[in-house]
Write a protein that binds this ligand. Structure first.
Ligand code: SF4
Ligand code: SF4
Length: 643
């Protein structure tokens, strides 16, 4: 059979005029809509950046096509989305081919033409199934979709109309091209023969709905496609880096007497943060993974973003539904941002709201104590900083001034320096370094070590954070520090991802990375055992910084690894991050207890941590539950099993 495409088959000769007019109108409406959607950023700016950062644009497409963020949390919702995307994608390709044929005059026939008939039928099935399932999903969850529910249903009905009219059109055309129903158009066996009048009606409904959807797409829920791209493209920070609302050094140089910090009104967010929230599709993936929500704290990242999106530009967000407890309930674990299919940075909004509260001194005693401790004692634990590392001298770790050749600065951190339990972790690490003959390769700052700044920044005290950065910068320069190793993922993250913005560029290692290297290079040997171990991945190590392999490579040498359901980059928080370690939030169940139950549920004898805060939280949970499961840091389990 040698079927060939015939332009405007069976439609009046003036149809091309209607098509051209609708196309022009829809493109104009699309551009107008995009300029509204990208308000404050600019369509041109997004386009330019998209071209300039072609690598990112391509990565966005690749991530989108993989559909990982859609499918990994909600199989049903993700599948519906995928069916619609594939179905509409094939239909779009069919339309592009026809346009190319029109403008180039190339012949469109033969096997390729027949294959496209077949694929367009497949696409119709995908779209019909996807639209119906989508309508069911929206209807069943209409409370969650709120004001968007009707838009969703109308758009899905539009997709359905496109698929059904397309099917009718192909049934009419199959008679012309193939002489009747054919395996190249399987749906032609299902659809009864179509009269010319029905074909014409289907044709015009088809093009009208398609162009109408293109025209309104930036102004209805479909705008999430455009905003997701802008969110991905214009945020050039690692997951673990917070926004920098001002640079203290520049402010001091400029002599500005006063700066306002934090955001309380939607209209105060500028650039991409002024539109990012509009991308929210109310899919609830962020809420599903949120530890605060799981603990029944007063926070749902989805509802927070919805409240921002629906607020008036000049309304005080704390007066239109957002509560202070809601803002403090976040552990900054990043699970929401990691999962969000439209790349919303929930934590940026939460920290901006916290900054506003801190700016107005709206902090309770515990938060005030943390800030006071950092100001007065230069550490977070209200301890005299003098003699901070004296106990390490006894273990042979010298001050950096006594060991200027040291390859690494050992950043002990506030917990490692003062907390009795965390000191055991540092001791275990030092013992391993000694065994590997590396003790001389590390040195500490002693009394000159202060807070790294992570908790105060996440609490919303940006000025104090930057003061700490500038102070630490001077100290690093004074001693020529190039490499840093720490047992704390919070310090690790802030040194690695946040200090560079202030001109501090170090090679930063977490102790698990060093341990793995020592094992791999044969500098230490570990004994295997029958012990079963499970790994608790810290959010700031494994999700924010994607360090997931070293701990596993070590643990499998020590015993039997039993993974919890949520592990690696998709780990579940211990509840301490975002400065939560220092204050209380109303909750029904402690986040650490939820996590402990999950880890203990693996049946492992030992929970292996890699963060002094996680260790403290899970140790408390173990005590509260009177559990026999051990909670040990990776350094401790390695030190115990040194051959
Ligand atoms: S960062 Fe974590 S705790 Fe905070 S809103 Fe997101 S998922 Fe919830
Ligand atoms: S913020 Fe992102 S993950 Fe959360 S509901 Fe909206 S689109 Fe879904």
């Amino acid at each position: 059979m040698d079927a060939r495409y015939v332009e405007y088959l069976g439609v009046p000769h003036y149809t091309f005029l209607i098509v051209y007019t609708l196309a022009a109108l829809s493109v104009l409406a699309l551009l107008y809509g995009l300029s509204k959607t990208y308000r404050g950023v600019g369509l041109l700016a997004v386009t330019k950046q998209g071209v300039r950062r072609l690598d990112k644009s391509l990565r966005f497409v690749a991530e989108f096509l993989s559909h990982y963020r859609f499918l990994s949390r909600q199989v049903f919702g993700g599948t519906v989305h995928l069916l619609l995307i594939v179905g509409l994608g094939i239909s779009l390709i069919g339309t592009i081919i026809v346009s190319v044929v029109h403008y180039t005059g190339v012949e469109y026939g033969g096997l390729f033409f027949l294959v496209m008939r077949f694929l367009l039928d497949v696409a119709a099935v995908f779209i019909i199934y996807g639209s119906l399932a989508g309508i069911y999903r929206v209807y069943a969850g209409r409370e969650r979709y709120g004001k968007l529910a009707n838009q969703y249903i109308l758009v899905l009905l539009g997709f359905l109309a496109i698929a059904v009219t397309g099917m009718i059109m192909r049934r009419y055309r199959v008679d012309y091209y193939l002489g009747g129903p054919s395996p190249w158009s399987p749906l032609s066996y299902l659809v009864p023969p179509v009269t010319h009048e029905v074909y014409l009606a289907a044709y015009f409904v088809h093009i009208a709905v398609a162009f109408a959807l293109i025209a309104v797409s930036p102004l209805v829920m479909l705008r999430h496609m455009y905003l997701a791209y802008a969110n991905y493209l214009l945020v050039d920070r690692p997951l673990g880096e917070l926004t920098t609302p001002f640079e203290l050094e520049k402010v001091m140089e400029s002599g500005e007497a006063e700066i306002t910090v934090g955001v309380k009104k939607k209209g105060e967010w500028r650039g991409i943060h002024g539109i990012m929230f509009d991308a929210c599709t109310r899919c609830s993936r962020c809420q599903d993974v949120c530890p605060a929500f799981a603990a029944k704290r007063p926070l749902s990242p989805m509802s927070l973003i919805t409240k921002i999106a629906e607020a008036k530009n000049d309304a005080d967000l704390f007066e239109v539904g957002i509560t202070e407890d809601e803002v403090w309930a976040c552990t900054t674990c990043g699970a929401c941002m990691y999962q969000c299919p439209v790349y919303i940075r929930h934590v940026d909004y939460i920290v901006d709201l916290r900054r506003a509260l801190v700016f107005e001194s709206k902090v309770d005693q515990k938060k005030a104590d943390l800030l006071m401790s950092v100001s007065q004692y230069h550490n977070t634990l209200m301890q005299a900083n003098v003699g901070r590392h004296d106990w390490l001298r006894e273990l042979g770790v010298k001050h950096i001034s006594e060991n200027p050749q040291a390859e690494y600065l050992l950043w002990v951190g506030c917990m490692g320096s003062f907390d009795g339990r965390a000191r055991e972790i540092v001791k275990a690490f030092v013992k391993i370094l000694e065994k590997a003959g590396m003790l001389d390769k590390v040195a500490v700052l002693g009394d000159e070590e202060t807070c790294c700044g992570d908790p105060v920044r996440r609490l919303g005290e940006e000025s104090r954070f930057q003061e700490l950065v500038l102070n630490n910068k001077q100290i690093f320069e004074k001693y020529g520090v190039k490499k840093l190793v720490t047992i704390c993922p919070h310090g690790y993250n802030t040194f690695k991802n946040e200090y560079p913005r202030f001109g501090v560029k170090l090679e930063v290692y977490h102790h698990v990375e060093v341990l793995q290297r020592l094992v791999e290079e044969g500098k230490i040997t570990v004994r295997g055992s029958l012990e079963s171990l499970t790994i608790h991945d810290p959010c700031y190590l494994s999700r924010h910084n994607k360090v997931v392999e070293p701990q596993r490579k070590i643990v499998v040498k020590l015993g039997a690894l039993k993974e919890p359901p949520r592990h690696g980059e998709r780990t579940f928080c211990c509840g301490a991050g975002g400065a939560n370690y220092w204050y209380d939030v109303p909750e029904e169940k402690r986040i650490s207890h939820i996590r402990f139950e999950e880890l203990a549920g693996t049946g492992a004898e030992t929970i292996v941590t890699q963060c002094p805060f996680c260790n403290a939280m899970l140790t408390e949970a173990k005590r509260a539950k009177d559990s026999a499961v051990n909670v040990k840091d990776i350094a401790e389990v390695v030190a115990e099993k040194l051959a």
